[in-house]
Structures are given as structure tokens and as C-alpha cells.
Design a protein around this ligand. Structure first.
Ligand SMILES: [Zn+2]
Length: 244
């Protein structure tokens, strides 16, 4: 388990030169839209890029709006595309997704050396995104670019015991995705977004890898993670995929 001041909640070389990580509060707030001074956030991003071993400014972020849009990015595409999923067809662009309770997903195809494309992707899957199929859309986009053997990592988010919602919201979601329905520890209606995302990934043919050795993955319960529910506006953690 990473130390209390570590920038990373979990960090692993998942293949030759391919790294996946999810940040912790030790990396600071990485979002420009939650009220922090932009220069502070940019400083946090530069420190993170340094910790990742990539050039300053290389990390690609999205303009996330709970849409079902997936952007395909390359060296010449616009920065911060208006999207909630991002695909790098050759895996050469370092990708980031920002969350504080929503589910961050990282995907990667088999490396070129093993007959794959090396493609990578990140997805922002909150309640709206789980309902609008952003995860499946990202998988379809990867497959359209030739990906066949997909592995996925689901990062920290609010868990099914902490995400209390109105009863009608739970029922609406359960009509299309019964597995998303959950109960809080008090027995009130809730949604289990990580379970729903896990199922969506599995049904789309991606192999989901656990975050071995990480700390507790509920953003509400783990103070080393940012949670909008626990502390609105405190910040955002990032899901990351990059090559070194
Ligand atoms: Zn929880």
C-alpha cells in the first residue's frame, strides 16, 4: 500500500513500458473547475507529470460533461476535447480522467509486440455515464481502431454502500441495469456504480484487473481520496495511462 503522502493510490507497470495509476490527495487537486487557483492546479499537474516521468504538458485531459462522447486523440488533436471518454489508438498519448466519486476506467489493448494495437483509453463513468453507455462506447471505439484483447482497470469511486440516491432514481437505473441497484448500510436506496461498470466492461469483452495492494477504493470512506459527497469542491483525483 502506498505511503500517506504518496501521489498515487495505486500505480503499476501493467505491461512492458505501459503504466496505469490512480492518484491520491498527495498529488493535490488536478481539476481546473473546482475553484482552486489555475496556477496551483497547473503546478500540481506538472509535479504529477514529473512523477510519471513524462514531459510537462504532455498529459491529455478531457472537458468532462457526463456526455456519451468519446474523443480519439493524437499528437495534433485539440487539447481537452469535450468528451467523457478518450482513446489513443497507438497508446502514445498519456491520458487522464478526473473524478471525485464517479468511476474512473482505464483500458488498454495488448501491446504491438504481442500482436495488439497498444491502444489505450480512459473513461469517466458516473451515474449518467453508466446509464448512457459511455463505457461500451469507449470499447467500441477501441475495437474500431483494431483493439481485440482489452484489459480494464476500475479506479476508486463511491461504493454501493455509500451512494445513497432517491428511490425513483435507483428504480429507473435498475430497469436498464438491475445490478446497479444497491442499499446503504442503513438500508436506504443506493447505486453500486463500480459493480455496474465492472459488468458493462465484462459484457463488452474486457478483462477487468483488480488494483492489487491498493488502499480502500471507496472515495467517501478513504480520506486519502477526493470525494465530492464527503467534501464538495475539495478536488479531483486522476486515472492515468501512459508509456515510459
Ligand atoms: Zn463507501
Amino acid at each position: 500500500m502506498p505511503g500517506p503522502t504518496s501521489a498515487f493510490h495505486w500505480h503499476e507497470e501493467v505491461g512492458a513500458g505501459l503504466r496505469v495509476a490512480f492518484t491520491a490527495v498527495g498529488a493535490g487537486n488536478l481539476a481546473l473547475h473546482v475553484g482552486d487557483e489555475p496556477d496551483v492546479v497547473r503546478g500540481n499537474r506538472r509535479r504529477l507529470e514529473s512523477a510519471m516521468g513524462i514531459p510537462g504538458g504532455a498529459l491529455r485531459f478531457m472537458g468532462q460533461t457526463h456526455s456519451d462522447r468519446v474523443a480519439v486523440v493524437g499528437p495534433t488533436t485539440q487539447d481537452a476535447p469535450d468528451a467523457d471518454g478518450m482513446v489513443s489508438p497507438d497508446g502514445n498519448e498519456p491520458l487522464a480522467v478526473l473524478v471525485a466519486d464517479c468511476v474512473p476506467v482505464v483500458l488498454a489493448d495488448a501491446p504491438i509486440a504481442d500482436g495488439g494495437t497498444g491502444a489505450t483509453a480512459v473513461v469517466h463513468a458516473g451515474r449518467v455515464g453508466v446509464g448512457n453507455g459511455i463505457v461500451e462506447h469507449a470499447v467500441r471505439t477501441l475495437r474500431r481502431h483494431g483493439a481485440r484483447e482489452l484489459t480494464a482497470w476500475i479506479g476508486p469511486s463511491v461504493c454501493g454502500s455509500c451512494y445513497e440516491v432517491p428511490d425513483d432514481m435507483m428504480r429507473t437505473m435498475a430497469r436498464v441495469l438491475p445490478e446497479a441497484a444497491s442499499r446503504t448500510r442503513q438500508g436506504t436506496p443506493a447505486l453500486d456504480l463500480p459493480r455496474a461498470v465492472h459488468l458493462q466492461l465484462a459484457r463488452a469483452g474486457a478483462r477487468v484487473e483488480p488494483l492489487r495492494g491498493s488502499g480502500p477504493c471507496c472515495t467517501v470512506e478513504n480520506p486519502r481520496l477526493y470525494s465530492h459527497r464527503r467534501e464538495p469542491g475539495a478536488g479531483r483525483i486522476a486515472g492515468l495511462v501512459w508509456r515510459t
